[in-house]
Design a protein around this ligand. Sequence first.
Ligand code: SF4
Length: 231
Amino acid sequence: GTLTELDARVSVCRACPRLVAWREEVAVTKRRAFAGEPYWGRPIPGWGDPEPRVLIVGLAPAAHGGNRTGRIFTGDRSGDWLFASLHRVGLAAQATSVHAGDGQRLLGGRMVAAVRCAPPANKPTTQERDTCAPWLEEELRLVLPSVRAIVALGSYGWDATLRTLAALRAQVPRPRPKFGHGVDATLPKPSGGTFHLLGSFHPSQQNTFTGRLTEPMLDAVMARAKEVSDV
Ligand code: SF4
């Protein structure tokens, strides 16, 4: 398969009844500020360079962000932080990501969500996580050959990446490297060679409002990703 085929198949996935109901309900009721806009209301495909050097793995699309705009991290507060940081270090063409036609580009990078449909309260169940895992496996199988760094956002993105590598039969070391902000683990690819798995706190409002994650902290991880990837 190709990424285009993967995107076509994932965009019509209805495997999780609770998430299908939620993503579609949100797309009909909408948030007042976006009442006049169409909502995507479907699974969010990976976005960016088809042969990325840097891959960013997030949790799931936001109900009024990616689930509205159809592009991951686009049109929500987490994305505001993420794209501003990527732009500061030279991994994104623009500092903001507002809608799918805004001209934003990732420079040598790609983004994907571990769970591709917006979950209520941003919390997928374990069953939903596992149901969506094959899509991430397929995406990583296709893009890992060019990847030099994966930035995992939060322990959710970190664990999803490690589980996916194991599913792809990469020789993940035991004990598995533990998530932390700024952790840099060298891991084997299934097809040979290695890449850096970099941990970052998720730029959720919970982390950014409280100061648990600051702009310099996020920039440091993104700059490291750029440095080890030769972008
Ligand atoms: Fe399909 Fe994943 Fe959405 Fe579940 S979360 S419906 S598996 S795309």
